[in-house]
Design a protein around this ligand. Structure first.
Ligand SMILES: [Fe+2]
Ligand SMILES: [Fe+2]
Length: 196
């Protein structure tokens, strides 16, 4: 049944596409001459994003699609996820200074691109065709709640990775914004005291 609460959550199609875009845009910040600590932050950000995304798809989205249509491409997709988990294990086992680090990350991203393209051109249009708008809203709500459950225990790890992945200029800008925000808050607070 369509409920107002379900309508407040992003739909599963947009959520999946956004996750794919987030992984690829993070990868595009990775270059051979990037500092090893920044490389590690970028790789760990991508690995955590893939783990959460794959779990959401396997627990909620794929079973719903499987109920409505053939499961041939779902088998292929789960196989791709297992291969991606293998890459994640390998990347976690080597240092970002290791000569294999970049090659392993590039190979993992090639698989992500192939996998995401198949999902976006075959599975997502099929899901939109077979599942009712109400069912899609329901899946979006379930996936949003599950994402929170999976993300909250890893908040510190994810924030640390993102911070490490930021170029120094962005950190300086963020710090600058925080300092000026604090100064503004102090100034406003003083203004309020004067007006009392
Ligand atoms: Fe996906
Ligand atoms: Fe997937």
């Amino acid at each position: 049944m369509k409920t107002l609460t379900n309508k407040l959550f992003p739909g599963p199609i947009a959520m999946i596409q956004f996750d794919h875009m987030h992984v690829l845009s993070t990868y595009h910040q990775f270059h051979p001459d990037t500092r090893p600590s920044v490389k590690e932050g970028l790789v760990k950000t991508v690995c955590a994003a893939i783990e959460i995304h794959a779990q959401l798809e396997e627990e909620i989205f794929y079973p719903a699609v499987r109920e409505a249509t053939t499961d041939e491409f779902i088998k292929r997709s789960v196989h791709d996820h297992d291969e991606l988990r293998g890459f994640i294990d390998r990347l976690r086992a080597i240092e970002s200074t290791d000569p294999d680090y970049d090659q392993t990350f590039d190979a993992m991203i090639r698989l992500v691109m192939h996998h995401a393209a198949e999902e976006e051109t075959v599975m997502l249009p099929e899901a939109e065709r077979c599942l009712s708008p109400e069912r899609l809203d329901e899946l979006g709500a379930q996936m949003t709640k599950r994402r929170l459950e999976l993300t909250v225990p890893r908040t510190g790890e994810i924030a640390g990775n993102m911070l490490r992945a930021m170029p120094a200029s962005t950190i300086a800008m963020t710090a600058g914004a925080l300092v000026s925000g604090a100064a503004l808050a102090t100034w406003l607070g003083r203004g309020r005291q004067h007006r009392r």
